[in-house]
Write a protein that binds this ligand. Structure first.
Ligand SMILES: Cc1ncc(C[n+]2csc(CCOP(=O)(O)OP(=O)(O)O)c2C)c(N)n1
Ligand SMILES: [Mg+2]
Length: 585
């Protein structure tokens, strides 16, 4: 690219920043309107190779970028003006940091002479996200005295730090002095001769090699020997980041022949991967008789942590002799303090290596024990949900996973939706990509994250969320119709936070409803209309099939409000749990 002649250094630096991002294959920009960020916005908007979306609010923009990166492992860029605009990015930054998701923030800031002077819309922005970012840097006000290559190497480092190894959020605070609009018709007022070669080409200034950590020698031998020698092994699969990882783990599942517990975030939970997946382990592990017989000697945990509370509890009470944890970043992931071997290395490499090195015995008896019970539990769940005439939350979770087409993506909100899909979800949906925000497990930003996830996957997407999570992110409804891929929002309106019914505080009758469930009588479907969404109201099982089927067929973004009785769904889950325990006796 040839830098356009500009008498305004702000424009020139902004053009370099955007061009270098594009050369690093970072082309998705979520832009929030504002004045101080004008040069950045213009550079992104006018670049031929960027894909830009306008977001009205920065909180939603941050989450949308997070959702995009969840699907692609590539950062999207968020551009904001100064002040509280920056502060609104905080929740998404925290979620990205907790779950190792790339995110690139370009926040415009005032020049030093307007900092801490009472100037309008000026807050301390330097190091604003301090402990939550992988890297932060301040680009000073553009100056002819500064080597232009500094701008490019700063961008290269920012991209590298956001997506390599310990991926996560990166913050570039960009100081900009007025005027914001520069002429593009005159010669640039700084020496750009050092960029001559760069300008003629299309490569980034600095190529960073992608890192891949492998282990060797005694560390690898020790673990391979343990795995080869164990007679009762179990595989636990948490969040996996990429399709390449999933393919490698699928191959490992076939090679080991061990029983497998696949978390919803693994992307394997809803798919049929051979006959090794133990479904409903979460529910099965409730039976003491079952627990006594199914403790593995060796637990091999690949990827992120698991959604279920009961699964870690099971391993705390039935400790395996060895717990081997394999994950790609160095952070601790061991809330029950059970890990005996922690391998910080590339998951795909490890799975493929183990496939080649595995010489263990036949685990079919141990696996069969699990699978036979899983099938019984599966039947009980299908029967019980089928027989119940009223629409319940587990029904919606299960039915949605039966109806969602294989080329769709699915985003599931925290609170009961993620638990219900994890426990009751069907398992024939191999092509469906699944996203969840389990880094900090917030109920916020869910609609925006699902939108970004749809854009990252490049597919129509279904979002399942609760009414309070929906209300939390109402402002993001304004972004939905601007998305190129249809988002079908299924909001389960049980009139408050149904999850709290499972907690001991539910017995504190004087405060429970008002302070925890936070009941309301709002009708939510109508909120879709002003934002150009097709709307559906559902109160029965048949209506659910009809509405979801129609929304899928229409191929447009839609809002489906499913009204359920929260107390009845709670009782239904209790009954189902009792039936599962009975069958496992
Ligand atoms: C940002 C944030 N605020 C508060 C919470 C605590 N919290 C967890 S679940 C929940 C209620 C969610 O209600 P809803 O979305 O309707 O789902 P339901 O429990 O009914 O399935 C709340 C407030 C949280 N996890 N994240
Ligand atoms: Mg609710």
């Amino acid at each position: 690219m040839k830098p356009s002649a500009s008498t305004n250094l702000n424009s020139l630096w902004a053009e370099w920043v955007v061009e270098e991002l594009v050369r690093q294959s970072v082309t998705t920009f979520y832009i929030c309107p504002g004045s101080r960020s004008t040069p950045l916005t213009l550079a992104a908007a006018r670049h031929a190779k960027t894909r830009t979306s306008i977001c009205y609010d920065e909180r939603g923009a941050g989450y949308r970028a997070l959702g995009y990166a969840r699907a692609t492992q590539q950062p999207a860029v968020v551009i904001t003006t100064s002040g509280t605009a920056v502060a609104n990015l905080h929740p998404a930054v925290v979620e990205a940091a907790q779950d190792g998701i790339p995110l690139l923030l370009l926040t415009a800031d005032r020049p030093p002479e307007l900092t801490d002077t009472g100037a309008n819309q000026a807050i301390p922005q330097t190091s604003f996200f301090a402990q939550h970012v992988r890297w932060q840097f301040e680009l000073p006000c553009p100056s002819a005295d500064v080597d232009p290559a500094f701008v490019l190497t700063t961008v290269d480092q920012a991209v590298h730090r956001s997506r390599d190894l310990h991926a996560g959020p990166v913050h570039l605070n960009v100081r900009i002095r007025e005027p914001f609009l520069g002429s593009t018709s005159q010669a640039p007022d700084c020496d750009t001769s050092g960029l001559a070669d760069w300008s003629q080409g299309s490569s980034p200034w600095t190529h960073y090699s992608a890192s891949r950590i492998t282990i060797a020698g005694a560390d690898l031998e020790r673990v391979v020997t343990l795995i080869n020698r164990t007679d009762r092994g179990m595989l636990l699969v948490g969040r996996l980041g990429s399709d390449a990882q999933r393919e490698a783990v699928r191959a490992l599942i076939r090679t080991l022949g061990w029983p497998v517990y696949a978390d919803l975030a693994s992307g394997l939970r809803l798919a049929e991967v051979g006959t090794h997946i133990m479904r409903y382990f979460d529910q099965s592990s409730l039976s003491e008789a079952f627990n006594a017989r199914c403790r593995p000697r060796t637990l091999l945990h690949l990827g992120g942590r698991v959604t279920s509370k009961r699964v870690p509890l099971f391993f705390q009470q039935n400790r395996p002799e060895q717990t081997i944890l394999v994950k790609e970043d160095p952070s601790r992931q061991d809330p029950i303090h059970g890990v005996t071997h922690a391998l910080h290395c590339d998951i795909e490499w490890f799975a493929r290596t183990l496939c080649r090195r595995y010489e263990g015995g036949d685990h079919s008896a141990f696996r069969g024990f699990y699978l036979e019970r899983a099938e019984r539990v599966d039947n009980i769940i299908a029967e019980t949900i089928g027989e119940e005439e009223e629409i319940t939350e587990p029904f919606v979770a299960r039915r949605m996973t039966e109806l969602i087409p294989n080329n769709h993506s699915l985003f599931v909100a925290n609170s009961m939706p993620i638990r219900d899909v994890d426990i009751y979800g069907a398992h024939q949906r191999r092509g469906v990509r699944v996203g969840v925000n389990r880094g900090a497990s917030g109920i916020d930003g869910t609609i925006a994250t699902a939108l970004g996830f749809a854009e990252g996957c490049g597919t129509p997407t279904t979002l399942l969320l609760g009414d309070i999570a929906f209300i939390h992110d109402l402002s993001s409804l304004a972004q939905v119709s601007g998305c190129r891929f249809p988002l079908i929002i299924i909001v389960i309106n049980n009139r408050g936070g149904g999850i709290f019914r499972f907690l001991p505080v539910s017995q504190e009758k004087d405060v429970f409803d008002a302070f925890f469930v936070t009941p309301h009588s709002f009708s939510l479907a109508g909120l879709g209309e002003p934002f150009h969404l097709d709307t559906y109201r559902v109160g029965t099982k048949a209506q659910f099939d009809q509405a979801y089927g129609a929304a899928l067929q229409a191929g447009r973004s839609a809002l489906i409000e499913v009204s359920v009785d929260g107390q009845k769904s709670f009782q239904f889950r209790k009954g189902l749990k009792a039936a599962i325990l009975e069958t496992l006796k």
